[in-house]
Design a protein around this ligand. Sequence first.
Ligand SMILES: NC(=O)c1ccc[n+]([C@@H]2O[C@H](COP(=O)([O-])OP(=O)(O)OC[C@H]3O[C@@H](n4cnc5c(N)ncnc54)[C@H](O)[C@@H]3O)[C@@H](O)[C@H]2O)c1
Length: 376
Amino acid sequence: MKPLNIGMIGYGFMGKAHTNAYAQANHFFESEHHPVLKALCARNKEKAQHFADNWGYESIETDWREMLKRDDIDAVDICTPNNLHKEIAIEAAKAGKMILCEKPLAMNTAEGEEMCKAVEDAGVANMVWYNYRRVPAVSLAKKLIDEGRLGQIFHYRANFLQDWTINADVPVGGAATWRLDAEAAGSGVTGDLLAHCIDTALWLNGGIADVSAVTETFVKERVNAETGEKQPVKIDDACSFMCHFDNGSLGLFESTRYARGHKALYTLEVNGEHASLRWDLHDLHRLEYFDHSDDSVVRGWRSIHVSDGDQPYMGNWWVPGLQIGYEHTFIHQVADFLKSLDTGEPASPSFREALETQKVCDAVLASADERAWKNV
Ligand SMILES: NC(=O)c1ccc[n+]([C@@H]2O[C@H](COP(=O)([O-])OP(=O)(O)OC[C@H]3O[C@@H](n4cnc5c(N)ncnc54)[C@H](O)[C@@H]3O)[C@@H](O)[C@H]2O)c1
């Protein structure tokens, strides 16, 4: 076994999801490489130590720059708010570290370009955590599309709906609500939620040529969590866009944090000449599939319970019929990263691939801003 010493930056939601994945991957997926929880970096020493003790990190750092200087760190995992991705990634590349970076890759395309150049100049392994590709049902959708079972694709539709910012008293900024602060997040639902939908769409259905978008900020002012002062809200609370894909199909995307009753409803549907498929994060192990070539008397939507050994990733888990969940998407992504180290094949999505999502996000925001169609 070759150790892969991990230096994790940030211990929030994603810090936990990734740490769990490093700890689990080798138990279920064979690889020559073996992640070691070497160092956890966070600014508050006590909290960092508590997390390190609880999750099994060997050491802590309170300054990510110090962590990058260490010879015993092979790979840096960036689990910080979006405004830190670029600086950490570029410095990590210069230090010769492999980099696993959370999504969205950057605040915008220009930053993403710099990050791509840095990892490519340094020749370091790199990957962005677009984990929804690794839901077995979504991977199965990819397989069915690539096999040509849907035929020509006409429509791609995706939604990502939440409701947690409807209350105007939710503050902006600070540790818990940095997503509402444009300085920390870059954008609102576009970079946070639609980025996932766009990454999956590019993976399943190919490139997006142009977009026409609308955005809205429903609550215009909020109190800053740190200063207590009111400030204008500069992120998009909601965004809808339509687009043309390079393959001629039409796309329709919607995301909002104002859809009362929806907590994290990511759904997608693809309609082709011969078949259609749809998927829903709230029922993530199921892929709905309609095949027009079925005998008409029994033709209808099938609900495929993706839990069998010959379905993506599932041969490595329990017996057929038993399902897995959200955290497994990260375990799959670590397993795929380790495999890429074993084989020498680049991990996917690389920074360069994730830059395509960033370009679509930028075109969407520009389109909404200028009320015009925008080429990607
Ligand atoms: N792949 C996914 O499904 C998914 C889900 C949630 C978040 N994300 C992405 O993950 C990233 C982190 O989001 P989160 O939900 O984990 O946020 P979070 O607020 O839960 O955690 C952020 C962490 O970064 C730390 N941090 C901030 N500044 C730091 C600094 N200068 N040095 C060291 N640590 C610092 C914070 O202390 C905290 O531990 C974001 O880019 C977000 O878009 C991805």
